[in-house]
Design a protein around this ligand. Structure first.
Ligand code: NAD
Ligand code: DAU
Length: 350
């Protein structure tokens, strides 16, 4: 089994690559990533020399490059994570999201479709990793199921919704074998510190203000990233062709409560007096079109495939805080931007 993972140098991608490379020594895992500001090969330093792992630097927006890569490598499957992933950036620069998330996805679909139609039984699955944000926002009650209508609000979620539609269209039109999962907010190691939890940890440590949008009343459903990777592994191997699964933590928190919790944990770990870090909380202008609440009903995944989150929030936050405190160099590199130069000549686009 030769699997192309796109976006494997990012947050979720690196956690997934690590899981698959170590769990399936007989698979060949090819990680295609363009190493944008969000991609970092140091995320995979511990497995970069594994015999069943290969890194390729390249842009999914480059259709010729993608077609050539598929012709050379004859992949059996794709797990597609490469994306522009930050909602705030999508509000400032929507076109980048259309290019990578929509055009990049369609380039991959075209290459996969060609390979699928060209040779019997070589190409087996196109797994598209998507988000719960395609469903829009919930009020105080209810949950997103796989039947919830799409209603994206931000340029990011609109681009992800569009990519989901293209993936289903390639299944319905060309018979391409596909599966899609829509997951809630992840947290854990290697999370880029522009997102809420790692940003807060970074700022608390450095005694900088923690920006809380609006009143901090927005609710997110948090899942430890390794549990997301486990779910992808399970769905990839067991889900029926054409199916969709929601993935979530059944773990809803208001942003302000998550921040207060992080402040308390950090005060304890850093030996600060109780409530010291909460003084850093600063309420700032709200995000435009800010979705009020996300909550995932992951019942289908539990009933069909037996998946449940294995890491509870209290434990996951402790693991996450410890990881950030023990990986100061990573955090400094990522925030200084120097890591973007951390790649060797062998990784230059071929
Ligand atoms: P991330 O921003 O940390 O990583 C994205 C990766 O994609 C980076 O390594 C980047 O270099 C790469 N990339 C970006 N543009 C590329 C291009 N044109 N060509 C090749 N590579 C490119 O993102 P993440 O948080 O790990 O999210 C991964 C996927 O999971 C995304 O598709 C996202 O929509 C989805 N998702 C994320 C979450 C979450 O909470 N982070 C939740 C649900 C779904
Ligand atoms: O739901 C899944 C999605 O979760 C993924 O598809 C996205 O890729 C991922 O970035 C995440 O989107 P969010 O917008 O929910 O994540 P973010 O960390 O940017 O924000 C979480 C919440 O915290 C949100 O309500 C906005 C708020 N926030 C965020 C930042 C960065 C703040 O209050 N202050 C901040 O500085």
């Amino acid at each position: 089994m030769k699997i192309l993972i796109t976006g494997g140098a990012g947050f979720i991608g690196s956690n997934l690559v690590r899981l698959l490379v170590t769990k399936y020594p007989s698979y060949k895992i090819v990680n295609l990533d363009n190493l944008t500001y969000a991609g970092n090969l140091k995320n995979l330093a511990d497995i970069e020399n594994a015999p069943n792992y290969q890194f390729v630097k390249g842009d999914i927006c480059d259709a010729d490059f993608i077609q050539n890569l598929f012709s050379q490598e004859q992949f059996n499957a794709v797990i597609h994570l490469a994306a522009e992933s930050h909602v705030d950036r999508s509000i400032s620069n929507p076109i980048a999201f259309v290019m990578t998330n929509v055009v990049g996805t369609v380039n991959l679909l075209n290459a996969a479709r060609y390979q699928y139609q060209k040779a019997d039984n070589v190409f087996q699955k196109f797994y598209h990793v998507s988000t719960d944000e395609v469903y829009g926002a919930l009020g105080d009650s209810g949950m997103f199921t796989e039947e919830t209508s799409y209603d994206p609000h931000s340029p990011y979620s609109a681009s992800k919704a569009s990519s989901d539609h293209f993936v289903r269209a390639y299944h319905d039109t060309y018979g391409l074998p596909i599966v899609i999962s829509n997951c809630s907010n992840n947290y854990g190691p290697y999370h880029f510190p522009e997102k809420l939890i790692p940003l807060a940890l970074h700022n608390i440590k450095n005694n900088k203000s923690i920006p809380v949008y609006g009143k901090g009343e927005n609710v997110r459903d948090w899942l430890y990233v390794v549990d997301h990777a486990r779910a992808i592994d399970l769905i990839f191997h067991k889900a029926q062709n054409g199916s969709t699964y929601n993935i979530g933590g059944h773990n809803e928190w208001k942003n302000i409560d998550v921040i207060r919790l992080l402040c308390d944990i950090m005060d304890e770990k850093l030996g600060r007096a109780p409530s010291t870090s909460q003084q850093l909380i600063t309420f700032v202008k709200d995000r435009a079109g800010h979705d009020l609440r996300y909550a995932i009903d992951a019942g289908k995944l539990k009933n069909d495939l037996g998946w449940m989150p294995s890491v509870q929030f209290a434990e996951g936050l402790q693991l996450t805080v410890d990881w950030y405190l023990n990986n100061e160099q990573w955090l400094n590199d990522v925030t200084s931007g120097s890591y973007q130069h951390y790649y060797d000549e062998q990784y230059v686009k071929r």
